[in-house]
Design a protein around this ligand. Sequence first.
Ligand code: ZN
Length: 497
Amino acid sequence: MDTLAAYKEHLREIGKLESALSLLNWDQRTNLPRKGHPARAEVIGKLTKMVFSLSVSDKLGEYLEKLQGQDGLTEVERASVRVVGKAYLRHKVIPPAFYEEYAIAAARSETAWEEAKEKSDFELFKPHLERMVDYARKFAEYYGYDESPYDALIEEFEPGMTSAELKTIIEPLRSELVPFIKRLMEEGKRPKDGFMQGTFPEEMQRTLSLKALSAMNYDFDAGRLDQTVHPFTTTIGPSDVRITTRYLPHNVLSGLASSMHEGGHALYDQGIPDDLRWSGLDEGASFGIHESQSRMWENLVGRSRPFWTFFAPIAGEVVPQLSVVSAEDLYRAVNIVKPSLVRVEADEVTYNLHIMLRFELEQALITGEINVSDLPGLWRDAMKRYLGVVPEDDAHGVLQDVHWSSGLFGYFPSYMLGNLYSAQFFAAARREITDLDEQIAGGKLSELLAWLRENIHQYGKMYEPKELVERITGEAPNSSHFVRYIVDKYTDVYGLR
Ligand code: ZN
């Protein structure tokens, strides 16, 4: 077998193991009986180790080295060698013993976090978090960086992004949004939503989600919708991209938004072409680009006036009490802004401020400007400054997110970038599909999807996020489209002048 064929076969082996892992993980988070968890954890551990050793094996290193200098590769093959090669070097520099030590400490830290959150006791979590910060710094040293150790960590989630660049992107966001939110709250007229109160059976909510996903052209022959506690989307393998969601008994819109969000992730993965399968390129360009797809369908489409023009009669059919509510009132009700303590409950106006706060704190932790013991106080200060609300306990403050407990630093910015990219992409789509609003109002969402397929999905991981954004929009990633979108929309919804 020649090197290229052997290389492809090696990636297919990894791909098949990862497919099994995805199925085991999906099952664990949807259907697995409680008593089955310990054994499942062992099986997952075993497979994870197998995948890891194949991804850093000397054999793969040899293939990559030979192929890097080889002529006659197709564009996809060259991209595959570049992307897989980069990941290979990144993983190879981590000593296996160090990684194992970290993995054990991270598992303990997560357990400690759960207890600390439950008791709202930061002191219980503090020593673990200190350890996780230390590990993150060591990872950064192994990976290497030019300016800031934090950059080495972002690279995992948003290749090519740096903290310096993030600061430039964030600055206008902060200076525009913080005063705008204050104005909304003080001068704006909050939409009414009394008609949304009630109890909504799961089956009803599921029907509503299925209707929205069908309208989005999610392919149910290549996926399915299930329930879970923390919704996620997972690709089990080619033509098997599954969505999970959750339904709150008293909030019918929450489950719908969650399904449309995950549906956006799923459309991305369903749109990755077969010739990228198991090539190292069969995933999104980055966490941020992936999030741009989910946020676009959840917010720019799902919380838009045209969408509710189309969807209100459908919602009224499924949820009888909504049948007497006008499309306009429903549109306004799904766009209520409320500065709150908890990120995952935040509306699209305040959401990025939650991320900004986390970004500032975590990069200062990694560079050593602040200490773990300063966190609870700094958190409260920043909440007051940005959102005007202050948590009464750490469970609703610094302890609310799971990420840091397992050493995930550099992840949060992807959420914010996803929002910014989504607005930047949507503005580009709107330039090219001139009657986009009319199409959405008519329930025709296929042309937007075709645009996303053409410009984003078909490339999988072939381009780095910045390159992709520039190719599509002609501009570097920036926050101006998002700010304009938010200010225009909510000036109208809240009747500001
Ligand atoms: Zn998401």
